[in-house]
Design a protein around this ligand. Structure first.
Ligand code: T3D
Length: 263
């Protein structure tokens, strides 16, 4: 991989690091190809029980590489935005939203444009106190993409989503936390440790139940109560048939810590 670093620890955490620090991890075609493949691979690796997405250097990711965008336009082969989204960006966002394990974005620095969209596509976000967020799309005459119009709106509501998208003002990590866009903000020097701590808790959990919980929580935004109750019943039927459920009950009754395997 030229644009990513991939690391597995011995406790079920796979970390994918966007690795173009010299370009603030701006997204190129190669990066989307590699990220797509890396997510596909992680999804089919049973030992991966929590996926962490982070960036190398001082940025998380600043979205589409605008230099390659300019270069292609100068060469007379301007980027086909709709095709780029359909073929390269959107499949990544859809895959991230449906990974068979929790996905945690560890936001180490600035997240801009589709870089912020990537962080928003994760289940949870932990950020360095030095991180910042900027939509940036409006500054180059584009609309927020890679899912941001949905993820952002669901988290902060339409009025704040428009304020963020239209004005493209930078937002501090603390501001993002107050608006519910980030779950935790930690001192920059502690980001690695705090990310590992949270990722280990998630990796040691009953993975299938976590993933079904994600589905139920997402569906809740569109369902009426009877539909949501029915969906919960269906998912609970599946959760109740997992080994991890049996282990959880046995551990509780045996007054010991549960050892979940993700099965
Ligand atoms: O297919 C499609 O539909 C297209 C998909 C589009 C998705 C998108 O992501 S569009 C949005 C693209 N991203 C942006 O517009 C962000 C542009 N960058 C910025 O606004 C700022 O750089 C930041 C707020 C992110 C960071 O500011 P700061 O002050 O910390 O750094 P800087 O000085 O602006 O940038 C440092 C360098 O990184 C600089 O290069 P230089 O002068 O040192 O050679 C800058 O040009 C470069 N850089 C920053 N962002 C990008 C970038 N180079 C290429 N692409 C970038 N996105």
């Amino acid at each position: 991989m030229n644009t990513l670093l991939i690391h597995d620890d011995d406790q079920g955490i796979r970390t994918i690091t966007l690795n173009r620090p010299e370009a603030l991890n701006a997204v190129t075609e190669e990066m989307t190809t590699e990220l797509s493949a890396a997510l596909k691979e992680a999804a089919k690796t049973k030992s991966v029980r929590c996926l962490v997405l982070t960036g190398a250097g001082r940025a998380f990711c600043v979205g589409q590489d605008l230099k390659t965008l300019r270069d292609s336009a100068e060469k007379g082969t301007p980027m086909d935005f709709a095709a780029a989204l359909r073929q390269r960006y959107n499949p990544i966002i859809e895959r991230l939203a449906d990974m068979p394990m929790p996905v945690l974005a560890s936001v180490n620095g600035v997240a801009a444009g589709a870089g912020w969209s990537l962080a928003l596509a994760a289940d949870l976000r932990i950020a360095s106190d030095k991180a910042s967020f900027v939509s940036a799309f409006s500054k180059i005459g584009l609309i927020p993409d890679s899912g941001m119009t949905q993820t952002l709106t669901r988290l902060v509501g339409p009025s704040r989503a428009l304020e963020i998208a239209w004005l493209s003002d930078g937002m501090s990590a603390e501001h993002a936390r107050q608006w519910g866009l980030v779950n935790q903000v930690v001192e920059d020097a502690r980001l690695g440790e705090a990310t590992t701590e949270l990722a280990r808790r998630l990796a040691a959990s009953a993975t299938k139940a976590l993933v079904m919980t994600r589905r139920a929580v997402r569906a809740a935004l569109g369902n009426d109560l009877p539909a949501q109750l029915e969906y919960e019943a269906q998912l609970q039927g599946a959760a109740g048939a997992t080994r991890d459920h049996q282990e959880g009950v046995a551990a509780f009754l045996g007054k010991r810590a549960a050892v979940f395997t993700g099965e």
